[in-house]
Design a protein. Structure first.
Length: 150
């Protein structure tokens, strides 16, 4: 079980680093595009175009900030810890699905198995928080029972 937790964790780190790298490239190319845009005779049109490009840069910068924060959160997880309840950094195995509580990224597939990467702020995260082995919970009409927590 620890091996799968480590595989999930490593996959999340890789994906988050790729996302950050892609956002940095988007910001750079969009900034370069804005800076190389030469002023035309239609001044208002030029300024509107630059403003739209700046809005894109601001959007990418916000996404980058969020992604860097999420990477920092992932870095704070000690995957060697065995948790006895569902908390940040736990791998929670239920009768229906397996959840890794960290940052909300949705479903990932590793070694032909699906894992749900959830945050404690998500609806399922709020329900599952601090539950222990053999505890049950329900979400959207589905009954879950916790079989194991790493």
């Amino acid at each position: 079980m620890k091996d799968i937790k480590k595989l999930i964790y490593c996959e999340l780190i890789i994906r988050q680093n790729e996302k950050i790298k892609n956002l940095q490239l988007l910001i750079k190319s969009t900034t370069d595009s804005r800076n190389s845009d030469t002023k035309s005779s239609a001044g208002d049109k030029h300024e509107t175009s630059r403003a739209k490009i700046q809005t894109e840069i601001d959007h990418y910068s916000k996404q980058l900030s969020i992604s860097l924060n999420q990477l920092h959160q992932l870095d704070s997880i000690d995957i060697s810890l065995k948790n006895n309840k569902a908390v940040f950094g736990s791998l929670v195995v239920t009768n229906k699905a397996t959840f890794f509580i960290s940052i909300g990224l949705g479903k990932i597939n590793i070694k032909s198995n699906d894992f749900f990467i959830i945050s404690l702020d998500s609806p399922i995260g709020m329900i599952i928080k601090n539950k222990t082995i053999n505890k049950s919970f329900q979400l959207r009409g589905v009954d879950y029972k916790i079989k194991n927590i790493e």
